[in-house]
Write a protein that binds this ligand. Structure first.
Ligand SMILES: Cc1cc2nc3c(=O)[nH]c(=O)nc-3n(C[C@H](O)[C@H](O)[C@H](O)COP(=O)(O)O)c2cc1C
Length: 247
């Protein structure tokens, strides 16, 4: 008699526990913490703030390079290039302030209206695909997990976009600059800023023995679709990066 009631009690407890667990798994939405979001991101190696080649030599050697060795880039090289383009150089305590801090590139009113995408083809320890650069964490946020070099080539028909192991793409979120500077921001400041930043890529690539070229001729609509850009966002510039062939 006692055994029977203990058994019943155990079964009831088991059923109640199962319902409770199922409720937590299926019904109750467990909110993602900041750490969960970070886990999805790929932390990049820390950038160097010193090098072996003088700025004068880099300036005198800078050239647009359109043919690359058939070799992968290292994640360290890509990390350094992304940092040179739009990396944080002076952090702010509150990351939302100045969108993370002052950067390698000047920006009208420190509004930082640009976003930077990486189309990765052959990069050591990085899956081919499209990623967005997060300056604040110096990390990559996956956007598309598929080799998109051919699709990117179809937006511009320029062969170096297909053969480069990686391409960096600049886009703009207009609201970030027009909310402060209106038409002047949209007609002037954005293009000045992308010029500052892309020159950093030219110079950093030269210093690393890599090659790049600024590409401004492409189909806006096709590129917008490939990067899944939203309303109020537009592509501006592309820069394929590869290992420079010896002269
Ligand atoms: C705004 C702008 C757009 C450009 N667009 C392209 C392009 O679509 N394709 C290309 O191969 N080069 C492009 N270039 C690179 C120029 O052709 C190159 O800078 C020029 O020939 C001078 O050569 P250098 O950069 O080696 O000094 C562009 C450069 C600028 C500044």
């Amino acid at each position: 008699m006692r055994n029977k009631s203990t058994k019943k009690l155990l079964i009831s407890a088991f059923i109640i526990l199962s319902i409770f667990l199922l409720f937590n798994i299926i019904v109750k939405e467990v909110p993602l913490t900041a750490a969960d979001h970070l886990r999805e991101e790929i932390k990049l190696p820390n950038p160097k703030t010193d090098g072996k080649i003088s700025i004068e030599r880099v300036l005198s050697q800078r050239r647009s390079i359109r043919s690359y060795l058939n070799e992968e880039l290292t994640l360290t090289e890509v990390s350094q290039i992304l940092w040179a383009a739009y990396g944080i150089t002076e952090k702010k305590d509150r990351p939302e302030k100045l969108r993370g801090g002052y950067r390698t590139t000047p920006s009208a009113g420190a509004t930082y209206p640009l976003d930077i995408f990486l189309v990765a083809g052959e990069i050591e320890s990085l899956k081919p695909g499209i990623y967005k650069y997060n300056s604040t964490n110096h990390s990559l946020i996956p956007v598309k997990e598929r080799d998109s070099r051919n699709a990117l080539f179809m937006t511009c028909m320029q062969p170096w976009i297909k053969t480069a192991p990686a391409t960096i793409i600049y886009t703009v979120k207009w609201e970030r600059i027009t909310s402060r500077y209106g038409k002047r921001g949209a007609e002037r400041y954005v293009f000045m800023e992308v010029g500052h930043s892309s020159q950093n890529i030219y110079l950093q690539a030269t210093a690393l023995g890599l090659g790049t070229v600024a590409v401004g001729a492409f189909n806006d609509g096709k590129l917008k679709e490939l990067l899944k850009l939203g309303e109020g966002e537009d592509p501006l510039y592309m820069m394929p990066i590869g290992r420079k062939k010896d002269d």
